[in-house]
Design a protein around this ligand. Sequence first.
Ligand code: AMP
Length: 541
Amino acid sequence: MLGLMQDWPLLLHRLIDHAARHHPRREIVTRSVEGPIHRTNWAAIRQRSLRVAQRLARDGIRLGDRVATMAWNTWRHLEAWYGIAGIGAIYHTVNPRLFPEQIAWILNHAESRVMMADLTFVPLLETLAPNLPHIERYILLTDAAHMPASTTLPNAVPYEEWLAEADGDFAWASFDENTAAGLCYTSGTTGEPKGVLYSHRSNVLHGMACCVPDAFGLAARDRVMPVVPMFHANAWSLAFSTPIAGAALVMPGAKLDGASVHQLLEEERVTFTAGVPTVWLMLLQHLEATGARLSTLERVAIGGSACPRAMTQAFQDRYGVQVIHAWGMTEMSPVGTLAGPKPEVAHLTGEAKLDLQERQGAAMFTVDMKITDDEGRELPWDGKTFGRLKVQGPAVARRYYRREEEILDADGYFDTGDVATIDENGYMKITDRSKDVIKSGGEWISSIDLENLAVGHPDVAEAAVIAVPHPKWGERPLLLAVPKPGREPTKEALLDFLRPKIAKWWLPDDVVFVPELPHTATGKLLKTKLREDYRNYKLPG
Ligand code: AMP
C-alpha cells in the first residue's frame, strides 16, 4: 500500500522557490571578480536563475546535457547552478587548480557543451580551447563593460548580455528526482579523474541533512560564508542548505587571503563559515599580525584535511569561535561526519574536549559508516581498532560517470580509502589512508605519478613518494629514492628533472636517498611503514 501524501519530487528548484517565497529579502553578498561588493537577494536570484534556464533552453541545451562552470563563489555562479539544473541539465564544476591537461581531459570526458567561466580563467581557457571540441560557446561571467578587448574563445559572450535576452517568463522543467543535477570530478584516487554524478534528490537530502543543529546548524538568522569553493564538491552543500534554512550568503569571490576573508567576515557580519585548514591558517596569521578580532563569527566548519589541534584551540580560546571538524569526500556530496557534542561527551573540557574535536566526528543522518578488516569483516567501535572506513547513503556515489566498474562492496558500502577508528560514542578518527595520494592545501597530488616520473631519471632505481605533515599545507610530498648501483644522484638533479614535468606545487619538498625501500610480500611498496618512519621528518624551510 502506498502512502497518501503528495507527489513532490525533491528537485533543486524547490530550494530556491522556497527561499524566494519565504525568505525573499535575505541577502546574497559577493565580492565580485571585477572588484566591488555586489548585493542581491533570494527573490532576485530565483528570477535570474529562471532566465538562465530559459536562455540555455533557447540555446538548445536539453535534459542531461553538461554545462561546465569554472568559477569562484559568486551570485552569478549560484544562479547559473540553479538555472542549469532547472531544465534538467547538469552543472559540471571544473577545478581550475588542476593541471591544464587534466582540465582538458575532464571536459572532454564529460563532453560539456557550454563553459561558463570567470574572467580570471580566460587565459587558461584560451590555451585549452583548441583541444575542447565539445564546447560550443563560452559565457564569461561578467558584463559587456568588463569583457576582454579581444579573446580567441569561440562564441564568447558576456553573461549579462546573454541573460538579458531572456525575460524570465519560464517554468522549471519537471522530471524525476533521481535525474542527474551536478558533476564533479575527483582526482583523489589513482588513475584518471573520476566523475561523481549527483542527483537532484541526493543534493536536496544532503542539503537538508547539513542544516541540522549537530551538523552545520544553519538557521534563517545565519549569515553564511562558504570559503570552500563551489568547485570543491558542492561547496560542502552550502549553495543548497542556505536556501533551505533561509540564511543569507556571503560569497568571497576570488580573494581568499587572510585580510580579504577577515574583512568580509567582519563587514558582512558572518556567523558561519567553512573551508580547508590552509585558508584558516592564513586568517589566523592575519589576526595575529594585526591584533584584529572576529566580532560576529560563531562557528567555523573545518575539513578537507585534518583540522590541527592548535587551530581548534586558537579559534575557540582566543577568538570565541566554535570549531566544527568535518570529514567527507567528493563521492559523499561531500559531508559525512561532524563533531557536534553528543550528551555522552558534552561534559568534556580542556584537553579532553580537544581530543574529541581532533576526531573527524560522528555520522550525520543520510550517512552510515563502518570499519572493516581487509576481508570485509566489521571491526569493533572501541576507539583503538582501526580498519577500512566504508560508507553508505542516498548522497554517496554508487558508480562513477561513464565507468563500468563496481565501486561498492557486497553489502553496498563504498570504501573511502581512509583508515579509521570509531569510538564507543560513534566518533570516527582518520588514522591513515590506503589510497596513494597526498593532500596539499585541499588539493590532491598523486604519489604514483611522481614515483613513475622519478624512476625515469637515469640514476634512480626505485622511488617512493609519501605525505609528510606540514604546518601550512597539511601534507607535502617527500621523495625517497634508491640510487642505481654506482650512481650518486643529487637532490637538485632529481628535482630539476621533475620540475618541467609537473605543476609547481607538486614538486616534492625534499629528497632522501635510501639504500632500499620496504616491500609487502607481493612486492608492493610498504607505504604504511614509510609514512610511520617519516612521520616526524623535518622538511626544509
Ligand atoms: P575530496 O574528495 O577531495 O573531498 O577528498 C576526500 C578525502 O580528503 C577524504 O577521503 C580524506 O582522505 C580527506 N579528508 C577530508 N576531510 C578530512 C578531515 N577532516 N581529516 C582528514 N582527512 C580528511
